[in-house]
Design a protein around this ligand. Structure first.
Ligand code: GRF
Length: 199
C-alpha cells in the first residue's frame, strides 16, 4: 500500500518507517515525503530516491492556498495512508476533506494528556512518572483524533526534555511502523470517538 509521510524535522520516525518498509513482507511503501520546510527528513528521503516536495506556508499568500497546495502534493501520490511524523502544522479543511480517515499521527505523550507541540516538556514539568507515545487518527482538532495504539515510557528523575524525548522516540520508532503495517493489512474500525485495528 502506498503511503505518504509528512514531516518537518530530523526525520527519525521517517527513517524508522523506511527501514521497516525495506523488509520484503512489509505491506506498505513510502511513495512520497512532503514537508512544510527544508529539513533533514527531506534529505533522508532524497538520499533514498523517494520523491519529495516542500510546501512552505510562507510561499502562499494565505493559509487556504497552502492547504490546497499541500493537498495536491499529497494527492498526486494517491496514498492509501498519510502519516504525519513530526509534522509541525495543523492540517487544513481541504486536506482533511481529501484524506480524512486515512491520516495517522504519532504523538510523544499519552493522549489526551499533553497534546500539542510541547507534550514532552509539559509531561516532564508536570512531574508524571509514566508518559509514552500515542498513534492516533488525525481529525480536525490538535491531537484529538481516535487513538489506535499507545505505549508507556518511564520518566527518570534526572531526565531533561531532550533525554526524555529520545526515550519516547525510541518507542515511537517501534510503534509507528507496526501500527502502519496493521492498518494497511487489517483496516481500522471507527465508532465515533473511538477506533481500533480490525482483528
Ligand atoms: C516525534 O517525537 C513525534 O512524535 C513528534 O515529533 C517527533 C518527530 O521526530 N511530533 P523526527 O522528526 O521524526 O525525528
Amino acid at each position: 500500500a502506498p503511503i505518504v509521510v509528512l514531516a518537518s524535522g530530523t526525520g527519525t520516525l521517517l527513517e524508522a518507517i523506511l527501514d521497516a518498509a525495506d523488509a520484503e513482507d512489509y505491506p506498505a511503501s513510502v511513495v512520497g515525503v512532503v514537508a512544510d520546510r527544508p529539513c533533514r527528513a527531506i534529505e533522508v528521503a532524497q538520499a533514498r530516491g523517494i520523491p519529495v516536495a516542500v510546501v512552505a506556508p510562507t510561499s502562499f499568500s494565505d493559509r487556504s492556498r497552502w492547504d490546497r497546495a499541500l493537498t495536491e502534493a499529497v494527492s498526486d501520490h494517491r496514498p492509501a495512508l498519510v502519516v504525519t511524523a513530526g509534522f509541525m502544522r495543523i492540517l487544513g479543511s481541504v486536506f482533511l476533506a481529501a484524506h480524512g480517515g486515512r491520516i495517522v499521527n504519532s504523538h510523544p505523550a499519552l493522549l489526551p494528556a499533553f497534546p500539542g507541540a510541547h507534550g514532552v516538556r509539559e509531561a516532564l514539568d508536570y512531574g508524571v512518572k509514566i508518559t509514552g507515545a500515542t498513534v492516533h487518527l488525525v481529525d480536525d482538532g490538535v491531537d484529538t483524533g481516535p487513538i489506535l495504539a499507545q505505549s508507556p515510557v518511564p520518566v527518570e528523575p534526572d531526565d531533561d526534555e531532550q533525554r526524555l524525548h529520545e526515550r519516547i522516540k525510541g518507542v515511537e520508532r517501534a510503534l509507528l511502523p507496526q501500527v502502519i503495517g496493521q492498518i494497511v493489512t487489517k483496516g481500522v474500525v471507527s465508532d465515533g470517538r473511538k477506533a481500533h485495528i480490525r482483528e
